[in-house]
Design a protein around this ligand. Structure first.
Ligand SMILES: *[C@@H]1O[C@H](CO)[C@@H](O)[C@H](O)[C@H]1NC(C)=O
Ligand SMILES: *[C@@H]1O[C@H](CO)[C@@H](O)[C@H](O)[C@H]1NC(C)=O
Ligand SMILES: *[C@@H]1O[C@H](CO)[C@@H](O)[C@H](O)[C@H]1NC(C)=O
Ligand SMILES: *[C@@H]1O[C@H](CO)[C@@H](O)[C@H](O)[C@H]1NC(C)=O
Ligand SMILES: *[C@@H]1O[C@H](CO)[C@@H](O)[C@H](O)[C@H]1NC(C)=O
Ligand SMILES: *[C@@H]1O[C@H](CO)[C@@H](O)[C@H](O)[C@H]1NC(C)=O
Ligand SMILES: *[C@@H]1O[C@H](CO)[C@@H](O)[C@H](O)[C@H]1NC(C)=O
Ligand SMILES: *[C@@H]1O[C@H](CO)[C@@H](O)[C@H](O)[C@H]1NC(C)=O
Ligand SMILES: *[C@@H]1O[C@H](CO)[C@@H](O)[C@H](O)[C@H]1NC(C)=O
Length: 440
């Protein structure tokens, strides 16, 4: 009955932490200010329009845009055309048949723009362009968390009174997930010259803010968590059907590893449609957290991330983990680390990502499709315990998406666990609270 009660209390704890962020949709508790801001700076007026530099800032701590890159779309308000572009291109020219002589780059009412690829000749580049639409997250590398292109617009207004901001801005990354607000007229941007001795400014600036919702991006989760420990041989797997269920009656929906010959040849570039190895969880990504060793003053965890998707090499992948002992992370092997403290006083969230040219790419499913690391934590005697699943993470995100955790009552337990109710402050509190309720 004691164990049942202790489990119930943990269940309550998790229930609270779980509900507190499944209900929040576009709001991300671990990155409350995260957004992508698109800045549209009008640099000069032309006889029939203007030249603007459009810059995409990824202010999200841990959500990046990986290959095949962003796509930015909008709807013009007047009869605008795009005469030319530098550092980007419209995906379709559209119908320019009424132009003679000079043909615009794009005549569509709703153009879609993509970045140019690396290796674009220098005379077609501007700064922060030409990375194939890949934008890193702010915490990982602020220098490449920006992407720009220059656009020369015609048949628009030619003064700040007659020009109209684009509307219905859509950002695909490259799939759905982002919702963009209207363009706002803001204080014109200032630019500092390379010798830092002169400031120039845009003639006019519009800001557009886009926010992410995992629910809009995909109806199903994309990763799950499995757990194990040195003190119990049980390996707690990802919950069955975490990301989808195997359809046994429909052969070929996933790749059965037992029949090696069906492993598909690589298509050689990332595809948004996953091709999964058959698993009971059907997630593209599994994160395994193993409580490995107990020392006198420290304890050690091994984290392994496995890719089950044959159609995706995850470049610049990242992991966000929440555990109360991250305030005393002492050593970390083969991953980069940065503490995230959205709420200044709680230091329990860590962002982990691969080391450049070593393991910053999580390869497609197969023998190379995994990365791993070990974390060494210093015990805080007043908090540390292997009891009640304390050593396991509270939340895990992979590439900014929340991973499905096993139910707390299935966690590996200490052998002969007889939770000492009297010494657990939480239980004492709960009992006090419950008895107060009963007495009332
Ligand atoms: C976008 O993110 C930046 C950086 O976190 C923040 O300063 C800004 O207020 C955010 N904008 C909106 C509209 O939330
Ligand atoms: C347009 O420019 C004028 C003069 O520079 C300025 O006073 C006015 O506020 C600007 N209007 C807008 C909408 O930016
Ligand atoms: C822009 O969005 C509005 C409201 O969402 C919609 O009514 C309108 O048709 C859209 N315009 C274009 C050109 O897509
Ligand atoms: C507009 O966006 C830029 C770049 O993200 C930012 O520095 C600026 O503060 C924003 N302005 C407003 C009013 O949000
Ligand atoms: C499995 O696939 C069959 C054939 O496409 C379909 O009729 C059935 O609804 C699917 N079952 C599930 C559980 O998705
Ligand atoms: C992933 O990278 C490997 C090695 O660079 C390459 O052989 C493979 O085709 C790539 N797969 C995808 C899906 O891009
Ligand atoms: C959070 O904990 C880490 C690891 O112990 C430490 O490096 C970092 O300085 C701490 N940050 C704050 C704001 O306390
Ligand atoms: C880290 O652990 C040591 C030893 O237990 C403790 O004195 C220190 O306060 C801890 N640091 C933090 C940030 O909790
Ligand atoms: C290991 O943990 C499981 C719960 O996941 C529990 O059922 C089992 O009794 C534990 N084994 C031992 C030896 O305590």
């Amino acid at each position: 009955m004691y164990i049942g009660f202790a489990r119930f209390s943990i269940f309550l704890m998790f229930l609270f932490s779980w509900t507190s962020f499944t209900t929040t949709e576009a709001y991300d508790a671990l990155d409350p200010n995260g957004n992508i801001t698109i800045k549209w700076d009008i640099m000069s007026w032309t006889p029939d329009g203007y030249v603007a530099v459009v810059t995409i800032f990824n202010f999200q701590q841990y959500r990046h845009i990986q290959s095949p890159g962003w796509q930015l779309g909008w709807a013009w308000r007047k009869k605008e055309v795009i005469w030319s572009m530098v550092g980007g291109q419209a995906t379709e020219q559209g119908d320019c048949s009424k132009f003679k002589g000079n043909i615009p780059h794009c005549c569509k009412r709703t153009p879609t723009v993509v970045d140019l690829l690396p290796g674009t000749p220098y005379n077609q580049q501007i700064s922060n362009c030409c990375r194939g639409g890949v934008i890193s997250s702010w915490a990982q590398d602020p220098a490449t968390a920006i992407s720009s292109f220059q656009i020369s617009v015609g048949q628009s207004g030619t003064t700040n009174k007659t020009v109209r901001a684009p509307r219905n801005v859509t950002l695909k990354a490259p799939g759905p997930g982002y919702t963009c607000g209207p363009a706002k007229n803001v204080v014109p941007s200032k630019f500092i010259s390379t010798d830092k001795r002169r400031k120039t400014q845009a003639l006019m600036t519009w800001n557009i803010t886009c926010t992410y919702s995992q629910f809009l991006a995909r109806k199903t989760p994309t990763c799950c968590v499995s757990l194990s420990s040195f003190y119990n041989e049980t390996i707690v797997p990802c919950p069955t059907c975490s990301c989808g269920c195997q359809n046994k009656s429909q052969a070929g929906t996933c790749v059965d590893q037992k029949i090696a010959s069906v492993v598909p040849p690589s298509i050689g570039k990332n595809n948004l449609e996953p091709l999964l190895q058959c698993t009971q969880h059907m997630c593209p990504i599994r994160v395994h957290w193993h409580v490995k060793t107990n020392y006198k003053e420290y304890w050690r965890v091994k984290v392994a991330i496995t890719n089950f998707n044959y159609n995706m090499n995850y470049t610049q992948w990242n992991l966000v983990a929440q555990h109360p002992n991250f305030d005393n992370l002492t050593q970390l092997f083969s991953f980069n680390y940065k503490p995230l403290n959205p709420y200044a006083d709680i230091n329990d969230t860590a962002m982990l990502w691969g080391i450049k040219f070593y393991n910053d790419m999580l390869s497609q499913a197969g023998p190379l499709g995994n990365v791993q690391s070990e974390l060494l934590f210093r015990k805080n005697p007043s908090k540390f315990t292997f009891d009640k699943g304390w050593a396991f993470p509270r939340r895990i995100y992979f590439n900014g998406d929340n991973c499905v955790m096993p139910p707390p009552d299935s966690y590996p337990w200490l052998p002969n666990a007889t939770p000492n109710l009297a010494t657990s402050p939480f239980i004492v509190l709960l009992i006090t609270f419950l008895s107060a309720l009963i007495l009332m």
